[in-house]
Structures are given as C-alpha cells and as structure tokens.
Ligand binder design. Sequence first.
Ligand code: KIV
Ligand code: ZN
Length: 389
Amino acid sequence: MANGKIHIFDTTLRDGEQVPGCKLNSREKLELALQLEALGVDIIEAGFPISSPGDFASVEMIAKAVKNATVCGLSRAVQKDIETAAAALKHAARPRIHTGIGTSDSHIKAKFNATREEILERAVQAVKWARNFTDDVEFYAEDAGRTQNEYLARVVEAVIKAGATVVNIPDTTGYCLPHQYGEKIAYLINNVPNVDKAILSCHCHNDLGLATANSIAGIIAGARQIECTINGLGERAGNTSLEEVVMVIKQHPDMGFHTNINTKALNPMSRLVSDTMRMPVQPNKAIVGANAFSHSSGIHQDGFLKDAQTYEIINPVEVGADLSKIVLTARSGRSALAFRFRKLGFDFTRNDIDTLYEQFLQVADRKKEVGDEDLLDMAKQHQPESILN
Ligand code: KIV
Ligand code: ZN
C-alpha cells in the first residue's frame, strides 16, 4: 500500500495531561509511555520540558527508556525552550523537537503584538535552531485552522526550507468543518512547492465534536500524521481520539491507509489511561466506552442474535473489549430474554418465554436493568410447560 502509512503521534502525555486533574508524576508518565510504545504508536509526545522541572525529568526518563518509538518534546519558538527540549531528549534513540508559534491573525495580534512577517521570521529561526540538535524537527503553526491559507502556505514553505521534516497544521480551537480542514491540507499540498520534503500532520481539537472527522478529512487530502490522545483527552473538549481514528482507518480499508497500532490493546490502554489519570470514560464513547458493544433495544437484540453484523461493525475482540452484551431493559424483546435464560442454563419453550416475558416486563418497568438474580428468581417461580403437560 504505497504512501498509505499514517503515522500515529500520541500526545496523551502532553496535550492530554493539560486537562485539569490529569497531572501525572514521572513514574506514571513512564509507565504510560512504555505501554504506548507497546501499542505501536510511532511518536510519543512526552511533555513540554521547559514547563517545569518535573516535566523535564519525565521527558528525560521516557527518552532513556523508549527504544522504538520517536520521543518528542514540545517547545515554543523560543531559543531557551528549544535548548531545554533538546537537553531532555539527549538520550533518546529517536528524538524529535516540536516547536512552533501562532500564525492566525488573532494569535499574531493578541498574543504577540507582531506582524505576519515577524512571525514568519521567528518560525524560521526556531526551526533552524532546533535543527542544531536533531534532524527530526516538527513545526506547529498554532491556530492554523483559522489562519488564512495563503499566509499559512508561506509559513509552511519557509519552515520546510529551514529544515522542518514534519509540519503540524493544528485546528487549535476545533473550529473547522471537515471539508474546510481537508481543503486547507489540499491547499498546502497544491501550493507549497517543497511540500514533498515534509509530512503534514493533523492536530485537531474537539470543541465542536469534529476532531476525528477533521483528522480523517486531513489524511484523505494528503496529510500523513495524526496527533491524538487515548480517550480523546486534551485541552477543553479534548483532542482527536486515537482509538477512533485508528479504527476508522481499519474499518475502511478502501481508503488505502494503515497504521502500526495493535488494535487488540486499545481497550486495555484506554482503561490504564483512565485509571492513571483518574478520568472516567463516558459510557457511550466509541470503541472504548462501557456501552460500545451493548445492545438493549428489542429490535437490535433480535437482529444481533441472528447475526452480530446486523448491529455491530466491529468485533469487540478486535479492540480488546469485553464480549458484546445483551442488556435487559423494558425495551428488550423475547429473543433477548430467551438468550439470557439460556446463558443461565434454562432452555425454555416459546410458550414458557411468552409467560415469563409478561413477568419480565413488570420487573423491567420497575428497574433500569434486569439482572441475572432477577432472572433466577423468575425461573425458580415458573412452572415450565413441559412439567404442566
Ligand atoms: O492545539 C495546538 O495548537 C497545540 C500545539 C501546541 C501543537 O497543542
Ligand atoms: Zn493541542
């Protein structure tokens, strides 16, 4: 599959860790980094070394321990930041410095009180400086989602000329619609003369719930790296969720993309991040939510029990999730009830199930979910048809 490899850049330990309450100590960060490497991520953004001595120490520890994945440290387009990131990454087998600056007019005016030309010059200087320490330099054009395309193209061309090997096009505020983000990437592919010398990267935030869709639009348009986090953690409404983009790519092989991720490790990884960061996963979260493979309405249950593919596009085994569940509620039907009785060892006839179903509905209307104990009570009190005849 030529040119279809999508590099997975995990930023759980940097953008994900910026979530209030998710702060990790160095030991926790190291453990997660090693599991991310085992999961198959290509690049681990380990932290922002200048931000605190603790983060410097974490990045340094991760850089020493991780052998196969690239280890990346964030910096602003500031000489001291870049030097500190380089120092933290000194022992990495594959070090990457991720440096950058805001390029939207809003960032240029409000944050830097500068002009577009001044920002372009600072971007170039930052990349040149970072290249003194490593050959692998990624540049981020912060708020690229709201940056005018012509100016963005000039910045991208200049930083590639200065030595950037990856250029990150962040939709920092999660503002873009998928077609707009895709068009932005396509514009850069078509208008930056040296774009073939670098990989374009998608870094999409989820403020409008579009991060996954935008990242996929980005790779369709020609980007070859996605920046994402486990469980979609990240600033405000979060980042692109790693498990979602990986499974979109896997479930749609016709797009011609692939990743290096061992998808069977996705659910265990999600649980580990959730426990370590003390951040529960919403039950209806795609791929890793507790209900992602639960069926509760009668119509769905009946179809699922006839053929799982009627209501499931992913086999839970493929993503390391528990087997699909048939949950009994007042919306469930007879086939689900019979199925659950069979799992408990009761093979009732159709007439038995008809009788039991009336009792079941009464219990189900009182309770949110009917469990095994309720079913055992019903089974004990029931006189099976075979005994009556
Ligand atoms: O969202 C963003 O723009 C970022 C950059 C620092 C890469 O996280
Ligand atoms: Zn971000």
